[in-house]
Design a protein around this ligand. Structure first.
Ligand SMILES: Nc1nc2c(ncn2[C@@H]2O[C@H](COP(=O)(O)OP(=O)(O)OP(=O)(O)O)[C@@H](O)[C@H]2O)c(=O)[nH]1
Length: 602
C-alpha cells in the first residue's frame, strides 16, 4: 500500500465527498479529458474544497503532490494547487515558484489567467507592486471574450489590486465592468467579496451616499451569516464613512454590536481596524477614557500581528492616543506616541510612494511600447515618401524628405528620453529607499540569477547575513531618526567593503545580506570580519549622542549549503542566531561537520 493510499483510508467518511473530488483532480487528470468534466470544472472542485475547508485542502495536497500525471495540462493544474497551498501556509517564495511554472506551461488559457490572478494577489502581499500591476494589466487585456465567471474573477481581482496600490479610480472603472455580469453569474461568496471591494473603493473616493450606504447595509445582512469576514469588511467602510461625516453616535452604537463578532473571528487586520473606529467614535461622543482604551488595543493588535505594515487606521490610533494623552496633561507619553506616529507616517509614505512608482513604471513601459509602434509607423511612412520622391525626382520633394528626417530625429530623441526615464524608475523600485542597498525583492531575484550562473560555471558563492544588535534599544533611547542614521551608516560600511560584483541588500528592518560571487567560505568569513569591525567602529558623535553599535553575523557558502537560495538563507540565519546567543558582535560560520551530519540523516 502506498503512503498516499494509507492516508486516504484513515480519513473520515464525512469528508469523503470533497476528498474524492480532489483525488479525482489528481488521479484521473489525463482520463478526465475523455469525460464530461473539464479542467475548469476540476479547478472549481478544488476551489470549492480550499474555500470550504482549507485545512482538508492542505492535507490532501500532500497526496496530490505524489501522483504520476499523464500530461502537461494536469501537471499545470497540480502546480496551481500546490502554489495555492504554499501561499496558504505562508510560503510565498515557493508559491511564486509554482505559479511561474504554470504560467510558463502550455496549459489552456483560463488556468493561466487564474494563476496570474493568484500571483498578482501574492505579489501585492509581497509588496512587489510593479509585478502585481503588470500581471493585472496583462490579464485585463485578455478579459474580453472569456466566459462570464472568469471575466467576473478578473475584474474582481483587478479591483482588489488597484485598491491595494491606491489606484481607486481604476478600481472603480474596473468595477463598473463587473456590475454588468455579477448578478447573473456570481455566487454568494463572490457577491460578498465584491461588496467589500466596492465599499473600500467608494470610501477612498468619498463616494458613500445614501444609495451606496444602503447597498453596504443590505450586503452586510445577506453576507453576515455565511461570509462574516467580507460582511464586516464592507460594513467597516460604511462605519468609517459615518465617522468621517461626524455621525459618531450612530457609528458607536453599531460598532458596539459588532465588536464581539469581529474579535471572535480573529482576523487581526479587521480587529485592529474596528478598534480604531471604536476609539474614534467614542472620542467623538466625548467618552475619552474608553476611546484611549480602544486606541491602545488597536495599536497593540496591529503591532503584535502585522509589524511590517502601517495602515491609515494604525496612524489614526497613534495620533488619537497622543491627542488624548495631551488633553490629560501626560505630555511625555503624548510626545512618545506623537514621535512613533511620525516614524510610522514616514514608513507609510515610503510604501505609498513605492506603490505610485510601481504604477508609473508599468504605465511607462506600456507608453514606451506604443512609442515604438508609432516610430515604426513613421519609418514606414518615410520609406514610402522616399519611394515617391525617387519617382518624381522633384527638387521640392527633397525638402519633404529633409523634414521627415527631422521628424524621425525628434522621435528618436524622445524615445531615448523615455527609455532613460524608464531605467531611472526601474532603478528606484529596485533600491531600498533608506539605505540605497538592494530592496528585498530585487535582492532575491538577483541572488537567484547569480546562483544559477555560478552553479553552471561550478563557482563558489559566499553568503553573509547579519542583524544589528539591540537595535530596539537604540530606537527606544535615541529615537527612530537616530535608528535610521545607524541603518544608513551600516549600509555605507557594507558598500565600501564590498567588491563591485557583490550584491548587498536590506532584507527588512535591521537585517542585511551580502552575496559574494566567485568567493569561497574563507574569503566570505574575512569580509564578514571586516564589516563587523568597521560597524563596531562607526563614530556616532555626529548624531549628538555617543553610543556603541554592533551586529551579529552568520556566514555560509555554496560549498556547505548548496546552490538553493532558501537553503543558504536558512543556514546563515541559524549561524546568525547562534552569534546572537553567544553574546552578539561576532561571526559564526556554518559548521561543516554539522552540515555533513544533517545531509547524512536527511
Ligand atoms: N529606526 C528604524 N527602526 C526600525 C526600522 N525597521 C525596523 N525597526 C526597528 O528595529 C527594531 C528591531 O528590534 P528587535 O527585533 O527586537 O531586535 P534587537 O533589538 O536588535 O535585538 P537583537 O536582534 O536580539 O539584538 C524594532 O524596534 C523595529 O521597530 C527602520 O526602518 N528604522
Amino acid at each position: 500500500m502506498t503512503p498516499g493510499k494509507k492516508k486516504l483510508k484513515s480519513r473520515s467518511i464525512t469528508r469523503s465527498i470533497s476528498k474524492f473530488s480532489i483525488i479525482l483532480v489528481g488521479i484521473l487528470g489525463g482520463l478526465l479529458k475523455a469525460t464530461e468534466i473539464t479542467y475548469i470544472e476540476e479547478l472549481k472542485i478544488a476551489n470549492h474544497l480550499r474555500t470550504t475547508n482549507p485545512q482538508q485542502f492542505l492535507e490532501q495536497i500532500d497526496y496530490v503532490a505524489d501522483l504520476q500525471l499523464p500530461d502537461e495540462e494536469n501537471e499545470a493544474l497540480r502546480n496551481y494547487l500546490l502554489g495555492y497551498a504554499a501561499a496558504l501556509k505562508g510560503n510565498s517564495e515557493q508559491a511564486i515558484g509554482y505559479y511561474h511554472k504554470v504560467i510558463a506551461s502550455r496549459a489552456h488559457n483560463p488556468l493561466i489567467i487564474r494563476t496570474k490572478l493568484a500571483l498578482a494577489n501574492l505579489q501585492v502581499l509581497n509588496k512587489d507592486y510593479a509585478a502585481a500591476l503588470e500581471l493585472i494589466k496583462n490579464v485585463l487585456a485578455s478579459a474580453h471574450g472569456q466566459e462570464d465567471s472568469l471575466r467576473n474573477h478578473i475584474y474582481q481581482v483587478a479591483a482588489i489590486v488597484y485598491n491595494e496600490v491606491g489606484q481607486y479610480e481604476l478600481a472603480e472603472q474596473t468595477l463598473s465592468n463587473l456590475t454588468q455580469i455579477d448578478n447573473t453569474v456570481a455566487g454568494l461568496k463572490d457577491k460578498c467579496l465584491l461588496a467589500a471591494v466596492k465599499a473600500q473603493t467608494w470610501y477612498e473616493l468619498s463616494k458613500i451616499n445614501t444609495e451606496e450606504a444602503a447597498f453596504i447595509d443590505t450586503s452586510y445582512q445577506n453576507c453576515s451569516e455565511k461570509e462574516p469576514v467580507y460582511a464586516l469588511s464592507a460594513k467597516f467602510y460604511g462605519l468609517a464613512d459615518m465617522i468621517r461625516s461626524g455621525r459618531y453616535k450612530e457609528a458607536s452604537s453599531e460598532i458596539s454590536n459588532q465588536l464581539k463578532i469581529v474579535e471572535e473571528l480573529g482576523y487581526s487586520y479587521l480587529t485592529a481596524g474596528y478598534y480604531t473606529l471604536n476609539a474614534l467614535s467614542l472620542s467623538g461622543i466625548g467618552d475619552q477614557s474608553s476611546a484611549q482604551l480602544y486606541a491602545d488595543k488597536a495599536i497593540e493588535t496591529a503591532e503584535k500581528n502585522n509589524r511590517d505594515t502601517v495602515t491609515t487606521w494604525l496612524l489614526e490610533a497613534y495620533y488619537l492616543n497622543s491627542q488624548l494623552l495631551k488633553e490629560k496633561g501626560e505630555m511625555e507619553l503624548a510626545l512618545e506616541f506623537l514621535e512613533e506616529y511620525l516614524v510610522k507616517i514616514n514608513r507609510y509614505k515610503n510604501d505609498e510612494s513605492s506603490k505610485q512608482l510601481a504604477y508609473q513604471l508599468v504605465e511607462h513601459e506600456t507608453e514606451s511600447k506604443q512609442q515604438k509602434i508609432e516610430q515604426l509607423n513613421q519609418q514606414n511612412l518615410l520609406l514610402k515618401l522616399e519611394q515617391d520622391l525617387a519617382k518624381k525626382e522633384a527638387v521640392n520633394n527633397r525638402l519633404v524628405l529633409a523634414l521627415a528626417l527631422v521628424l524621425l530625429g525628434t522621435l528618436a530623441f524622445w524615445s531615448y528620453r523615455i527609455k532613460r526615464h524608464q531605467i531611472r524608475l526601474r532603478k528606484q523600485s529596485q533600491t531600498d529607499q533608506l539605505t540605497g542597498l538592494s530592496s528585498r525583492h530585487h535582492f532575491y531575484e538577483t541572488a537567484k540569477a547569480i546562483l544559477q550562473r555560478s552553479e553552471s560555471e561550478q563557482q563558489d558563492v559566499g553568503f553573509i547575513l547579519f542583524d544589528m544588535d539591540h537595535f530596539k534599544s537604540i530606537n527606544d533611547k535615541y529615537g527612530h531618526l537616530i535608528g535610521d542614521w545607524v541603518l544608513q551608516n551600516t549600509a555605507e560600511v557594507v558598500k565600501t567593503s564590498c567588491r563591485q560584483n557583490d550584491l548587498a541588500g536590506r532584507l527588512g528592518g535591521e537585517e542585511f545580506a551580502i552575496f559574494l560571487p566567485a568567493c569561497n567560505l574563507k574569503k566570505a568569513q574575512q569580509l564578514a570580519e571586516i564589516c563587523r569591525k568597521a560597524i563596531s567602529q562607526v563614530d556616532t558623535t555626529e548624531t549628538g549622542y555617543r553610543f556603541d553599535i554592533s551586529a551579529s553575523f552568520g556566514v555560509t557558502s555554496t560549498e556547505l549549503s548548496g546552490y538553493d537560495l532558501m537553503d543558504l538563507i536558512a543556514d546563515a540565519d541559524k549561524a546568525m542566531y547562534s552569534a546572537k546567543s553567544k553574546g552578539r558582535n561576532q561571526i559564526v560560520v556554518v559548521d561543516s561537520f554539522v552540515k555533513e551530519f544533517e545531509q547524512l540523516i536527511s
